[in-house]
Design a protein around this ligand. Structure first.
Ligand code: CUK
Ligand code: CUA
Length: 624
């Protein structure tokens, strides 16, 4: 134990001085990347000729851009940006009625960990979930249309960073929080932190039919920070694990004060048991949510001591082990689910904290793995043979090692400071091997300079040979905290929005277009087609909308060009309004015409040779 403490404080010093480490690694890094770029066989490995498509989709989280970035692998070509938690004028997201309602009053988000929906522990290619640390929300994206379908605000929580990871059949995604606050967020002095503040975990479900997210229940955890989680698999499928830091319950200067204790905890919980508690009414109603208080309702939640301030925790593909990464301790700790279950059965506890039993470290730990000079382990991914790949933030590398023996198998330097990495189908019960991508926080010298701040970098690593090899590098906007990589043939995106869908505001024939007035509400049922807008086919000027100042205006627009990739835009000049209608899609703008005057309207998406002619007028008659 003594030895661990001194090793840990040595690393802490190194972590705090991480910038000094960069300086050393810069030189080594740029040499090797120069060599890679001239290596022809690597170029061939990532070259996807015109007419051929990439083998994988990569969905990289956009961090505080609030967006999701879609790439192809192995080319590492950026294909699309999908707005989730922030407005996007390219698609009109945050302007049209549906997305405006989803966004509510928020105009930014901090999207951390994307997670695909799963069936039997395998990505099923249907949905992608993500959370917003910035404004405490969760979202779901539809992989048929690559659009955000639902966003929920998660009450009683502050910053669901420790998410989202789904259970084997997408029964739940769990959202534990990074920040502790008093439940309901009412004012409470920080002197009362330990008594009044809580970290809250939310169990969120998704209904495929209604396409809605829902909070099933919440758990009032101790006022600690929850960093990352993972769901169990196979033998551990009813369980999930999450890391904690600041179990010191420090309320200031966390850099130092949250790193005092020698140990923090992995929280191990059985969601089937929590589900049963809720079914049995063992919860309290708190601000409309079913809240479980572990100090009152015993069972289902346990603490496993771990070397201080762990960052990631990852369940092995076979579901037998969970691996915590040290962050401040230079080691990966391998724990056994089987041992944990045994200890729980025998009530082999070493006291409790906040009423939650603590399992003995020695009873659950299988081995501590300390690759020589590898510093700052953060997150672990797996290949098809069950081998582990851990990112080393401080020593800027990925270390491949064997969870069965702890043996280091290979190491590859990356530029620089990787946070997560993502392996092909990496979070499933059967990863593909083949590729892993380092998601690097620092891209220094990797690309043409764009000023003092650079993009993040993603480095594609080939796993097919004996040695890991960096074969491609691509810039990415802030900030891929995590990504998911899925076989491209698992996705089946729509070619056009189906006409037969029951959408009350759609108009499919030009002669059915109309403008209806109800009091001071004006409803426009219009169509967009190459190369005109028709709002009312019977009118003298079918492409003009005229309203009175102060009217509430609804513009329902259907793109009746049922032709793949023929998207139209709809913007009202100087009215701060824009939306997109994809082929076969109906979209609505809802706004108050509060500015009188003459406003041209036009199509924003270049759709035909006569795209420039695709215009009209929005006329607002002034009040007398
Ligand atoms: S965190 Cu570990 S590096 Cu948000 Cu998953 Cu970023
Ligand atoms: Cu329609 Cu440009």
């Amino acid at each position: 134990m003594k030895k661990l403490v001194s090793a840990v404080s040595g690393v802490l010093a190194g972590f705090l001085a991480a910038t000094v480490f960069f300086a050393d690694f810069t030189n080594i890094g740029s040499q090797s990347s120069a060599e890679d770029s001239t290596n022809k066989s690597n170029a061939e490995k990532v070259y996807v000729p015109f007419g051929k498509l990439d083998e994988y989709y990569l969905f990289a989280s956009g961090g505080h851009s609030g967006q999701m970035f879609i790439y192809g692998v192995p080319s590492m070509r950026h294909i699309r940006t999908v707005p989730v938690f922030s407005p996007d004028s390219a698609t009109g997201y945050g302007f049209d009625k549906h997305s405006k309602e989803l966004m509510g009053d928020y105009t930014w988000g901090d999207l951390h960990h994307p997670a695909f929906s799963e069936t039997n522990g395998d990505y099923d290619g249907k949905w992608l979930f993500a959370t917003d640390v910035g404004n405490s929300r969760a979202a779901v994206m539809d992989l048929k249309t690559f659009t955000t379908k639902d966003i929920i605000n998660v009450p009683n929580t502050s910053g669901p960073h420790c998410a989202a990871f789904v259970t084997e059949n997408t029964e739940y995604m769990f959202l534990p929080t990074r920040f502790a606050v008093p439940i309901g967020r009412e004012y409470a002095s920080l002197d009362d932190y330990s008594q009044k503040y809580r970290g809250v975990m939310s169990a969120v479900t998704f209904d495929e039919k209604t396409e809605k997210l829902n909070i099933a229940y919440q758990v009032a955890l101790p006022p600690w920070s929850y960093d990352l989680s993972d769901a169990g698999k196979k033998m551990s499928k009813d369980w999930a694990v999450m890391t904690t830091y600041n179990t010191e319950e420090a309320t200031t200067n966390l850099e130092i004060n949250a790193s005092q204790a020698d140990r923090d905890y992995i929280i191990l919980f059985n969601w089937k048991e929590l589900e049963k508690m809720v079914a049995d009414g063992k919860y309290e109603n708190i601000t409309g949510q079913k809240m479980i208080f572990p100090e009152k309702q015993k069972g289902g939640i346990y603490l496993v001591p771990v070397a201080k301030s762990p960052h990631g925790v990852d369940v092995t593909p076979d579901g037998t082990r969970f691996i915590a990464s040290g962050k401040l301790a230079p080691s990966m700790t391998v724990f056994s689910f089987e041992k944990a279950f045994e200890a729980i059965k025998n009530k082999d506890f070493a006291g409790d904290r906040n009423g939650i039993p603590i399992l003995k470290y020695e009873s659950v730990m299988e081995r501590e793995v300390n690759p020589e000079n590898a510093l700052g382990p953060l997150h672990t991914q797996f290949d098809d043979k069950g081998m582990a790949y851990t990112t080393m933030f401080i020593s800027s590398e990925i270390v491949k090692w064997d969870p069965n023996t702890g043996e280091t198998l290979d190491r590859v330097p990356v530029q620089y400071s990787p946070g997560h990495s993502v392996a092909a189908e990496g979070d499933t019960v059967s990863p593909d091997g083949k590729y892993i991508i380092a998601l690097n926080k620092i891209a220094k010298d990797s690309y043409l300079s764009v000023g003092p701040s650079h993009p993040e970098s993603m480095q594609l690593i080939d796993l097919s040979g004996d040695k890991m090899e960096v074969i491609q590098s691509a810039p990415v906007n802030p900030e891929p905290h995590y990504a998911q990589m899925i076989k491209a043939d698992k996705l089946n995106p729509l070619k056009i929005y189906p006409k037969e869908e029951n959408r009350p505001d759609s108009v499919w024939k030009q002669e059915d277009t109309r403008i209806e007035r109800k009091g001071n509400e004006v409803h426009v049922y219009g169509v967009a087609l190459r190369s005109k807008f028709i709002f009312d086919a019977k009118a003298e000027r079918p492409d003009v909308i005229e309203v009175n100042e102060g009217d509430k205006v609804f513009i329902h627009l259907t793109n009746i060009d049922l032709d793949q990739d023929i998207t139209h835009g709809f913007a009202i000049n100087s009215y701060n309004l824009n939306m997109e209608v994809q082929p076969g899609q109906t979209n609505t703008l809802e706004f108050v015409a509060d500015k009188a005057g003459t406003y041209p309207l036009y199509c924003t998406n270049f759709c035909s040779a006569l795209h420039q002619e695709m215009t009209g007028y929005f006329l607002v008659k002034p009040k007398k």
